[in-house]
Design a protein around this ligand. Structure first.
Ligand code: ARG
Length: 740
């Protein structure tokens, strides 16, 4: 027995440490590749990332800049999350066509719905340009000068990369200003909605289950990329055709097992893994609670109006979801930063850093002041972080009228200036040209109004304005009140309801009729006197003012740049990864369960049975559509059940993802699609600041549940038919590349 034990121990030690933590740049997989192979990967690095031949990266898109999607057919079919397509599904919905409630399916391409403003972006290539950027910098520069120089050099590099082609490019900063990479993209703008399950599938469990495991949600929707007949990006046109992609992911329906290799490629938005203990403390005590306080009120008001009226429910569905998602996020983050002892973990790192720095004179010269800089800077930000949150949450993005007023006012100001110039001009030709341009501005503002008022309820916004301004006034010390707030309180004797009543009664911005009437006959004095536009300008100034502390920003930026560089120097053998910044990353790990807390163990997959266990048709979050219930009760699972006859709905794996990764493909060892990532788990809500290897999990929809819904529930066989379905289980060692 003892022998066996020691044998096992040796064996266990021989396994390489599994680096499931980390969002790696696809270009730089070198240091991870052996590790990935040891854990099952069967692809070559070139099959993952290659600039000359089709590779996995060519099947991954940034979806609108805020989510990720994957191409799953040779006709440009995109799979992403339901919550990523939610805004589009919502915008096509009305009380007559309620796609949110009923779902939407295009049974032929002519039924697919265009989405103005939506784009997807393919990564053409990336390149390390660190040396070129660093050559243009020197140690005497202030952080501000540095930032300006980086922006200049970045612009030059990007301009070179896009000369003579139709690509977009940018240079982005990594490791807090220590490394720089160029990204070249191809962007497509004709993206059509193809399919979405009802919210009772795509958002099953609602806010209650959001950010939690176990999950029973079919969080997916489908779109399609269109291009012109030559395969080039083009604005929407009836003549456009589905894009033939360089690569699409085959779909493997044989399922996942505990311990299986998985990788996720996508566009994680932002993480703060280098945050210091000071930053953690500020987050726990000030930032998170402030966001939650304001959003509590926003949600309460929206909910009241949505429950009272069906049209408002549809109008505000996407707005509500956006607010509530990160409302719950910050509740969880605050809680878990504490229960996972992240402050202590960060302090331990800083202690080591300090010992390392003090052991050597040259290190002292370079890094000796870093920790003190953090202490000083955070002492300052502590004083203003709460008012900064309020200026954003209750101010510029609080009353909808504020942001709308700001944008409208700015555009129209430019309009009136141009109009003045036109009138002063003597040249007839100039006059006509400028007149055309002025007409175009008016048309654009009319279209903007159509869009804004389509999803706008002025009574709701009036109550929101009164409530948020009052909260802002009461929660933030007087000395930190922005001018606009003080002025309103003074003129209305602290009665914010009276202010809101007067604002909504007088502003032409508050109703579609008066807004359109203004555009028929724009008069600048009317605009200058408008209370809605004044609120927008005032809140914008408040927002800029609350977040304007150049000296502290400089100090923090410099401290983080040095601290990050120092940590990497201190641990030369550790493979550090850069924080997420909406650039393409790859993370890998294995499928596996976890212990949530004392005596609570969560297994790695839930099944359709659990959908019925959670069912409560009196609770809008847990309604189960009758057809789905019947399919489950009769176990009519088609080809999508597992060997036990169950229909797995989701699964968890220990890959490292964050917001922005939503919709990312979960890919098996052979490069086939097995799921779609959509969330993280509650116990690791602190994960954007500190990865928790034992408990942090990615939550993904099992591709079999997705196909079951498309096929058995929606009967959209047309979509199944265009996919490349793999029905053979993954065999290790069998080199397969049907698609590459
Ligand atoms: N928490 C998920 C994310 O941010 C979104 C899940 C959407 N579902 C929901 N019930 N709101 O990626």
């Amino acid at each position: 027995m003892k022998k066996l034990l020691s044998f096992l121990l040796v064996f266990a030690l021989a396994l390489p440490a599994f680096a499931n933590e980390g969002m790696w740049l696809p270009l730089l997989l070198g240091r991870n590749y052996e590790d990935m192979k040891a854990h099952g990967l069967q692809l070559s690095p070139e099959q993952i990332y290659d600039v000359n031949n089709g590779s996995l990266k060519d099947a991954i898109v940034s979806f609108g800049g805020f989510c990720t999607g994957e191409i799953i057919s040779n006709q440009g079919l995109i799979l992403t999350n339901h919550h990523c397509g939610y805004g589009q599904i919502q915008s096509h919905s009305s009380t007559e066509h309620d796609y949110l409630t009923d779902g939407f399916w295009a049974y032929e391409k002519s039924q697919e719905l265009p989405n103005e403003g939506l784009f997807v972006r393919f990564l053409v290539r990336m390149e390390d340009v660190t040396n070129r950027v660093l050559d243009g910098l020197n140690d005497d520069m202030t952080e501000d000068e540095r930032a300006k120089a980086i922006a200049e050099i970045g612009k030059t590099i990007a301009a070179e990369a896009t000369e003579g082609n139709h690509y977009d490019a940018n240079v982005q900063t990594f490791f807090h200003g220590n490394e720089f990479y160029l990204f070249v993209y191809e962007t497509f703008n004709d993206i059509r909605l193809v399919g979405a399950p009802p919210s009772s599938v795509g958002k099953y469990g609602g806010d209650t289950d959001n950010w939690m495991w176990p999950r029973h949600t079919g969080d997916f929707s489908m779109f399609r990329v269109y291009a012109d007949k030559d395969g080039m990006p083009a604005e929407y046109s009836e003549n456009n055709v589905p894009l033939t992609p360089k690569h699409h992911l085959p779909v493997n329906v044989t399922g996942v097992k505990d311990g299986d290799f998985t990788m996720v490629m996508g566009y994680p938005g932002s993480t703060d893994r280098y945050l210091t203990s000071w930053g953690v403390k500020e987050q726990i005590e000030l930032y998170g609670p402030a966001v939650v306080r304001v959003r509590d009120l926003k949600l309460e008001i929206m909910k009241k109006y949505m429950e009272a009226d069906a049209a408002t429910r549809i109008q505000y569905a996407s707005k509500y979801a956006r607010v509530s998602n990160y409302w719950k996020y910050y509740i969880g983050q605050t809680e878990q930063l504490q229960s996972n002892h992240v402050f202590d973990k960060k302090q331990a790192i800083e202690k080591k850093f300090s010992t390392w720095v003090n052991a050597d004179e040259s290190r002292k010269a370079k890094y000796g002041e870093v920790l003190e800089m953090f202490a000083d800077a955070y002492a300052e930000t502590n004083k203003s972080v709460t008012s900064g949150v309020y200026a954003r949450e209750a101010g510029i993005t609080g009353p909808e009228l504020a942001l709308q007023g700001l944008r409208f006012g700015r555009t129209m100001k430019a309009y009136f200036q141009a109009k003045g110039m036109m009138e002063a001009s003597e040249d007839e030709e100039t006059k006509t040209q400028m007149g055309d341009r002025l007409d175009a501005i008016i048309d654009a503002m009319k279209a903007n109004g159509e869009e804004f008022f389509k999803d706008y309820n002025p009574s709701l916004d009036r109550e929101m304005t009164a409530g948020l301004l009052e909260l802002y006034y009461n929660d933030i010390p007087k000395a930190q009140h922005p001018e606009v707030l003080t002025a309103i309180a003074d003129s209305f004797d602290g009665d914010f309801k009276a202010y809101a009543d007067s604002l909504f009664a007088s502003s032409f911005m508050a109703s579609k009729e008066s807004y359109m009437a203004f555009l028929e006959n724009p008069v600048d004095s009317v605009m200058d006197a408008d209370m809605g536009i004044a609120l927008g300008e005032g809140m914008y100034a408040a927002y800029m003012g609350a977040n304007d502390n150049a000296e502290v920003d400089d100090k923090l930026e410099k401290a983080y740049r040095l601290f990050t560089a120092g940590l990497r120097e201190m641990n030369p053998n550790k493979n550090y990864y850069p924080d997420a910044n909406s650039t393409m990353r790859l993370t890998y790990g294995t499928v596996g369960d976890y212990d949530a807390r004392d005596a609570v163990h969560y297994s790695h997959y839930p099944t359709s049975e659990g959908i019925l266990e959670k069912k409560d048709n009196d609770d809008p979050e847990f309604v189960v559509p009758a057809k789905l219930e019947t399919l489950i009760k009769t176990q009519d699972y088609g080809n999508y059940a597992n060997e036990e006859g169950e229909l797995p709905v989701c699964f968890i794996h220990n890959t490292d993802i964050t917001g922005g990764n939503s919709g990312s493909p979960v890919i098996n060892a052979r490069g086939e699609l097995i799921g779609t990532a959509f969330d993280g788990n509650w116990e690791a809500m602190s994960g954007d600041i500190n990865f928790e290897p034992e408990i942090q999990r990615t939550i993904s929809v099992d591709i079999r549940y997705t196909l079951f819904i498309i096929d058995k529930y929606a009967g959209a066989q047309n979509l199944i038919d265009e996919m490349t379905i793999v029905t053979k289980p993954v065999k290790r060692g069998s080199w397969f590349s049907r698609i590459f």
